[in-house]
Design a binder for this molecule. Structure first.
Ligand code: 5AD
Ligand code: SF4
Length: 452
């Protein structure tokens, strides 16, 4: 299939993959790039000059969707000047009911569209589009548990790599569209994951990020398979320098997982543990299946066993019916936990979810005021946490030159915080010990302490 595309004189020569949304999408885009490379295409220098532009979309909130569609429309103009330009749309947005029809009707300049369940069929769809010179739209409602292995991947980084350990989500949080567009939980075979990690280590990768909507329920769908803590232990043995994972659902955060994190050699002491809200009524309505107290108890246990753990979270304000008191409970929880960082969102109704049918929509002004207040609280907390790090020494995996200052290097420490420091470019890709000298709003500055 790929060979036959390569052989076609009329195939596009260069491509550009535009990604929206989460790490899962970023990783899917690396797979798209891998497939495009196998079709004989090169990455274009810019979106404007590419022969094939594909948008890997997100629909978690309305603005993510609006942005993606806005950019697709922008290409319409480009296509007027360059009729040979091919346009693709894929990803979560395509999985929504009615979206395939909408693309067919309102976006006639889109040549190829598919969803999340048939990403692996992209080469075939491309071949069809080229052969028939017609538009190809294929969206499957589910994939019947099919997990494609051995797809080509073109990684964006030589030192970091994503490994998907499970697909889909079974949790049906009331506000969330993910279970509808990504389907049910399907865990990848542990042997395939471990083989991938070994391959990455052999390639010189220093950090792997394990991906899943709820990694803590890894293996629940495989009889006699490994649990997530067991998988983590096995990965730790392989010896990739750093292991991270996301996302953990607080309801499934077991003591066993905390113990594995505490005793492992390579698992970073950083955990993204989305709490969403601080009021028990809101949490129950969101179908999160933990209480404020249970969440706080998990945080206490984490901090007891892993005192230096960096905690980050996701928060939603203006969920339907959220009262001022309930919002204040989110504020007090955020103060109480003292997160290292938080992603704050205004609730966005998503068609087909339970919350979208609920009464008590919060007006925009109130929502804006609430999110501003929450951001300010978190900013204080981030500042405190980062200032407490001054004087300590962190391990920094050097990514490249600092964005702001070319003479400096930048990388992430074991807690996931960006650290800038003076150093030679030969250190790019290495892990360096850096003494922290000062803290900015969201980054740290330091100087090299010693080579590891
Ligand atoms: N509105 C606002 N935020 C949402 N999230 C998920 N769905 C919605 C929605 N409908 C947020 C949650 C989740 C993060 C990935 O996005 O906080 O943890
Ligand atoms: Fe969405 Fe909840 Fe699943 Fe996360 S756990 S993807 S918030 S339904």
């Amino acid at each position: 299939m790929l060979g036959s595309i390569r052989a076609r004189a009329d195939r596009p020569r260069t491509y550009c993959v535009v990604t929206y949304g989460c790490q899962m999408n970023e990783h899917d885009s690396e797979t798209l790039s891998g497939m495009l490379g196998d079709m004989g295409m090169e990455k274009a220098k810019s979106r404007e000059t590419a022969d094939f532009v594909i948008f890997n979309t997100c629909c978690i909130r309305e603005n993510a969707e609006r942005r993606a569609l806005g950019n697709v429309t922008w290409l319409k103009e480009l296509k007027k000047d360059r009729p040979e330009l091919m346009v693709g749309v894929c990803g979560c947005m395509m999985q929504q009911p009615g979206m395939a029809e909408k693309i067919l009707r309102q976006y006639p300049f889109v040549d190829i569209a598919f969803g999340t369940h048939n990403l692996y069929r992209f080469p075939e769809l491309m071949e069809n589009a080229l052969r028939t010179r017609r538009r190809v739209v294929e969206v499957l409602q589910d994939d019947e548990g099919h997990i494609p292995e051995e797809l080509p991947v073109r990684r964006e980084s030589r030192t970091h790599a994503y490994i998907t350990i499970m697909y889909g989500c079974n949790n049906f949080c009331s506000y969330c569209i993910v279970p509808y567009v990504r389907g049910r939980e399907r865990s990848r075979d542990a042997a395939a994951i471990l083989a991938e990690a070994r391959g990455l280590k052999a390639d010189g990768v220093k950090e792997i990020m394990l991906l899943g909507q709820n990694v803590n329920s890894y293996g629940n769908d495989i009889e006699g398979g490994m649990t997530f803590p067991q998988l983590l232990s096995a990965l730790d043995e392989i010896g990739v320098e750093r292991i991270r994972f996301m996302t953990s659902h607080p309801k499934d955060l077991s003591d066993e997982l905390i113990e594995v994190m505490a005793s492992s050699r390579h698992i970073c002491h950083a955990l993204h543990l989305p709490v969403q809200a601080g009021s028990d009524r809101v949490l129950a309505s969101m179908n999160r299946r933990y209480t404020r107290e249970r969440y706080l108890e998990r945080v206490r246990q984490l901090r007891k066993r892993i005192p230096d753990i960096a905690l980050t979270t996701d928060l939603i304000v203006a969920y339907p019916g959220e009262t001022e008191e309930e919002f204040e409970e989110t504020c007090s929880l955020v103060r109480e936990v003292g997160y290292d960082a938080a992603f704050t969102f205004i609730y966005s109704p998503r068609t087909g979810t339970r919350a979208a049918q609920m009464e008590g929509r919060i007006d925009e002004e109130t929502a804006a005021r609430r999110i501003q207040k929450l951001i300010a609280i978190q900013k204080e907390s981030t500042k405190k946490r980062m200032e407490a790090m001054i004087g300590s020494t962190h391990s920094v995996l050097v990514d490249g030159a600092s964005k702001r200052d070319e003479t400096k290097l930048a990388g992430k420490d074991e807690y996931g915080i960006t650290v800038n420091f003076p150093g030679d470019r030969s250190l790019i890709g290495e892990i360096v010990r850096v003494r922290i000298l000062s803290a900015g709003e969201s980054t740290l500055r330091g100087e090299i302490a010693e080579r590891q």
